[in-house]
Design a protein around this ligand. Structure first.
Ligand SMILES: [Fe+2]
Length: 172
């Protein structure tokens, strides 16, 4: 249970900005699952800590952090796609809108209402939410971006150094 969001190097995309943010998102998800499980139990059984105001407040803070990090991350990704003229930008942006809606309605709202427990079904859905985005959609973009940069560098007398600089940006 606790290792569901433990970082795996197979999730690395080779784009430091994105990898750095994905690692922070995974860490935030890991803390959220751990805290939620502590509060409600793995199968929705009350652990006897429902009135633990401190734990509940910590959970709300984690939820806010996850939503804020996700929004910021999607926004930076979209900026990178626009700057690179990524041909699948519109599809990827649509996916971001759906993922954000799912995050707030499927996961965040029940937790805020005190109804959520990290049962296997919710945990599986949350894992898919993260993995589909990182391992599929973002990998597509990363592969395209890396290929594009190699192509640009091959035709650029400066070696495409400007593009490489933008990839090493480690914005949070
Ligand atoms: Fe991403």
């Amino acid at each position: 249970m606790e290792s569901t969001f433990k970082w795996r190097d197979e999730w690395l995309l080779g784009i430091p900005t994105l990898d750095n943010q994905h690692q922070k998102l995974a860490d935030c998800l890991h803390r959220l699952v751990t805290e939620c499980t502590r509060l409600h139990g793995q199968n929705g059984n009350d652990n006897g800590s429902e009135n633990d105001t401190e734990t509940r407040e910590a959970l709300m803070k984690l939820l806010d952090e996850l939503c804020a990090r996700t929004r910021a991350h999607f926004s930076i990704e979209e900026d990178m796609m626009l700057a690179a003229n990524y041909p699948r930008y519109a599809d990827h942006r649509r996916e971001h809108v759906m993922l954000l809606a799912e995050l707030t309605s499927t996961f965040a709202a029940p937790i805020k209402d005190g109804r959520c427990n990290m049962n296997p079904e919710i945990l599986g859905a949350l894992k898919s939410w993260f993995i589909v985005h990182v391992a599929h959609s973002d990998r597509q973009f990363a592969n395209w971006l890396k290929r594009d940069i190699h192509t640009a560098a091959a035709h650029d007398p400066t070696g495409g150094s400007d593009n490489v600089l933008s990839l090493n940006d480690n914005r949070d």
